[in-house]
Design a protein around this ligand. Sequence first.
Ligand code: FAD
Length: 288
Amino acid sequence: MKIKDIIKNNNITVSFEVFPPKQWDKIEKTKAIVDEMTKLNPSFMSVTYGAAGTTSGFTAEIAKEIKQQGVTPLAHLTCLTSTRDKIRSVVSEMKNDGIENILALRGDIPENFEFPDEQYYEHAYQLIEEIHSLGDFCVGGACYPEVHPESANRVEDINHLKEKVDCGLDFLTTQMFFDNRVYYNFRELCAVKGIDVPIIAGIMPITNAATVSRTVKLSGCTLPVKFEKIVERFGDKNEAMKQAGIIYASEQIIDLMANGVNNFHIYTMNKPDVAAKIVGCISEIING
Ligand code: FAD
């Protein structure tokens, strides 16, 4: 099924994310994680794409497993370090595997990377056009409520986002954010700019203090004082931190729902227990 049909008519959706293994011999382990998560009945599940595209087959394999378990898969695809020919072959394999949904991404720029020739893509909008030329796919893209780290400013960032959406995006998924006001301001900015596709709120449950600074550094997100205090108080108590992170993420979802947001993507990071606890916290709310 296409994700644009799953999220239409203001349906409430909760989706999960998994990442494929780095080595093929771990694929069965990841499939077992997928199987556990699909039992929670997510609206769809996304599978990330390895930074340099070297494990592209793993993403497709996990997406196929999700589909086999009766859940709609969303396969991520990054383009920066792949030739157009490579991308065309990956997309045609996805088509053959019955994958209908792709999250079209550029990928991060590796250190010392020099942009090669026109056989490559520079930005996600080019990949979006390519995917549409190759089949009847539902295509999503990434957006950054706190501005993409490479953008000079918010105006430049939103202008590029508008161009990207106009290349044929069916929905956007946000980078994680920890202060819902960031999402509300971004939603208003998109409305002013005429960006009218659904904006799925990306929620990251932080369950381990050690990941906080790395996550924040990589994503460019700011941490509200409320969350910093939680890390200060519970950061060295693993189970307490995990529970606090799960409750914080659940509260974010409840507040977003109360403010008219219907679509949530949880960065579950291959942790079925975390996914289950969040679903448990909000089960009556999302069905109500
Ligand atoms: P783009 O849309 O190309 O934007 C990148 C930068 O270029 C922005 O600053 C933008 O403003 C600017 N820009 C856009 N168009 C133009 C233009 N025409 N001229 C000049 N500048 C322009 N990475 C992975 O490796 N694998 C994954 O599976 C993955 N999944 C992700 C899922 C989500 C929901 C998100 C938010 C990110 C994900 N990423 C993933 C990270 C992502 O690849 C990086 O954030 C990357 O740096 C930007 O990708 P993009 O698709 O947003 O790029």
